[in-house]
Write a protein that binds this ligand. Structure first.
Ligand code: MN
Length: 132
């Protein structure tokens, strides 16, 4: 039997603050690879990233709960089993909905650049299905 652990034993879960709103925890799965990093990220209800972009794109694979991925043009509801490709340089944010948590594996390529926080007003606006 072989087990690939989701978090290195010497790397505790990290409570995120810079670049995030609300309660967000991340487990480093793969660090130090050339230009790629893998994290498992937990967003409590209402929690989300700030606006940001990845220089070489990002793959998000939703493994638990549900939430949203939002670009400047659209907002997409996601749930466990879904995979999202965010192209290089595309500004976006992701997070949980208001009444449930979100867990995703984030495979981030290249550098990331943090932008403005997502205000409560903008968050509620983009969660409303009538505004998608
Ligand atoms: Mn992202």
């Amino acid at each position: 039997m072989k087990v690939i652990h989701g978090r290195e034993t010497d790397a505790p879960s990290i409570k995120q603050s810079d670049g995030f709103t609300g309660e967000v925890w991340a487990d480093p799965v793969l660090r130090g690879a050339e230009g790629a990093s893998v994290h498992t990220v937990f967003f409590a209800p209402g929690a989300r990233t700030h606006w940001h972009r990845h220089s070489h794109g990002q793959i998000l694979h939703i493994t638990g709960g549900s939430g949203v991925v939002v670009t400047r043009d659209e907002a997409v509801e996601v749930r466990a089993g879904d995979t999202v490709w965010s192209p290089p340089g595309a500004e976006h944010w992701h997070g949980a909905g208001e009444d449930g948590y979100l867990i995703h594996t984030a495979i981030s390529l290249g550098e990331h650049t943090w932008l403005d926080p997502v205000t409560d007003e903008e968050y509620k606006h983009r969660l409303d299905p009538g505004n998608r």
